[in-house]
Write a protein that binds this ligand. Structure first.
Ligand code: BT5
Length: 249
């Protein structure tokens, strides 16, 4: 690992409720770049308190403590930096990975990894951000409710999946993108993300508070939002976090 700050200190637990939850608890007494990793999470979480299945030695379950100096409206780009780093990591292993806006890492239509960013604001600045990442590695069986939507590196016959190496490589990629973001290079970062997302021009369905909106993706904004031209010709902008996205084939 050749990072400057990310991963300078790593706390490892055989089993913990959630690395995000734990890191939030110790955040104020720790500095930027601290990583918490666990072999197993007994109460791993996705967005909106959804479960994240994290069995013992099944994958890479970890969280990074960040103290970004960016304006709060750029928060969605933190998820973008993590997704770009996961993309680079998996591409380097020849895995045909895709980023599904805003936070899913997919292979052949199934979810290989997920990202959960949780932030605490103080006045108009970040007190901290806890960026949690779950990457499936060794599972050959998933619980019934996700067996059709989840996939692991093992199922992709990937030989190079030692957790320690994957973590170190991820942190190298991640720090590069994080420095871009923290250095205010939003345009550059969004451009990279947009290229990887491969969404522009696609027909999608947006699900917002139970309502479906169909349209064509026109753009990804500087703030990481998705810009849609709906079937009746109107342009609408949606923030990550408020909506789900489905591709229409
Ligand atoms: C996410 O949420 O994708 C964010 C996942 C973040 C997990 C990491 S692990 C380390 C850190 N500590 C935590 O407690 N969390 C973070 P979301 O987009 O809401 O997706 C959740 C949905 O993914 C669930 O409702 C399931 O349908 C599905 N799912 C659950 N476990 C999965 C798994 N292991 N692999 C693939 N899909 C899964």
């Amino acid at each position: 690992m050749d990072t400057k700050i990310i991963g300078h200190k790593i706390y490892h637990f055989p089993s913990i409720d959630s690395t995000n939850k734990y890191l939030k608890k110790i955040a104020i007494n720790n500095s930027e770049g601290v990583v918490v990793i666990a072999d197993e999470q007994t109460s791993g979480r996705g967005r909106l308190q959804r479960n994240w299945y994290s069995p013992a030695d099944g994958g890479l379950w970890f969280s990074i403590l960040l103290q970004p100096t960016i304006a709060p409206q750029y928060t969605p780009l933190l998820t973008a930096t993590a997704s770009l780093a996961l993309f680079d990591l998996l591409k380097s292993k020849n895995i045909p990975v895709e980023i599904k806006w805003p936070n899913d890492i997919m292979v052949m239509g199934k979810k290989l990894a997920g990202i959960l960013a949780e932030s605490k604001m103080q006045a108009n600045e970040f007190a901290y951000v806890v960026l949690g990442i779950g990457l499936n590695i060794k599972q050959t069986v998933f619980p019934p409710e996700i067996e059709n939507i989840a996939i692991s590196l093992e199922q992709l016959n990937n030989e190079n999946c030692e957790r320690e190496y994957l973590l170190a490589e991820f942190l190298n990629f991640f720090e590069k993108y994080y420095f871009l973001l923290n250095g205010g290079e939003y345009t550059k970062l969004v451009k990279l993300w947009k290229n990887r997302l491969d969404l522009i021009g696609q027909e999608v369905k947006i699900i917002e508070a139970g309502k479906n909106i169909n349209g064509i993706v026109e753009n990804i904004s500087q703030l990481g939002e998705i810009v849609i031209r709906t079937t009746d010709g109107k342009v609408q902008i949606f923030r990550a976090g408020d909506v789900s996205l489905r591709n229409i084939y």
